[in-house]
Structures are given as C-alpha cells and as structure tokens.
Design a protein. Sequence first.
Length: 169
Amino acid sequence: MLRALSALKPYNVLFLCTGNSARSILAEAYLNSRGRGRFRAYSAGSHPTGKVNPLALELLANKRIDTGGFRSKNWDEFARPGAPEIDFIFTVCDNAAGEACPVWPGKPITAHWGAADPAALTGGDDEKRTAFQRAFADLSARINLLLALPLEKLDRHALKSRLDGIGRA
C-alpha cells in the first residue's frame, strides 16, 4: 500500500520535462490548484531553460490559477538531501522520459504522461496559445483522473498500472 494519506502530509508529485518552462509548470500549477490539500506538486527539468514561458503564465492567469513563485529549475534539486520526499514522478515529455534520471529518495512511483511541447511551436501567437491550451487540456484531464483514484485502497503495483494507463489515455 502507498503510505497513508494524512492531512498533515499530502502526497508530493514531481512533474518532469526537459526545459521546465511550459508543460511541467502547467501540470504543477493545475495539481496545486485542484489537489485540495491531498497533493503538493513540484516541477523541474533535466536542462531547464531558466525561465517560465510567458504563454504558460498567461494561460494559468486566464484560468485564475496562481502564477506566483514559478521558476525553471533543475531536477537535481529534488534528489538532494533535504528535498521534499516525492511520492509520484510524472514525465510529461518524451525527451525527459528517455533520459537517465537522478536516483530519487524514497522510490517514488513513476509514469510517463507525455504531452506535445507547446513551447516548441513556431508560428503566430494565436497558434502558440492554441498549443498551450491543448497541452493544458491533456495534462489537466490526466490530473483529474489521478485525483479520482482511490489511492489509499490501491497497492503499489495496481497504482503503477493505473498511472501508466492514465498516461496512455
């Protein structure tokens, strides 16, 4: 069984991608806004860009999701002593899923929830905004499925299988 849910200790979730400028930021923000204290989300990248994409912040603000405090950070921050103990790690880009990750303390459950990179799109602002909306819709739908899972009733193997299934949805 996964550790017991406690009002004092929410499940910690880390969303990973390469640049930590768009998809992982969107997922972190959405889960923190909808997690109702059950979850605490973080995000990081293997090769962070050093800045959050302004269109990601614009989309979140338009959805009335807090945009304060976001920064593009390296995933090594979460493998260091003193980092939050992570329960779940979701890669949201194919590049990060294929990279050699740090050794994560606590052996979190991992799954790949790939989404197209809206930050990689070239073109006009309307096309870019549409791509950000699409990525947000994909990620928020998966997060909603996570939120609906009876985590306390699933053993580790069953939970891993369900999370992998969400990634294929």
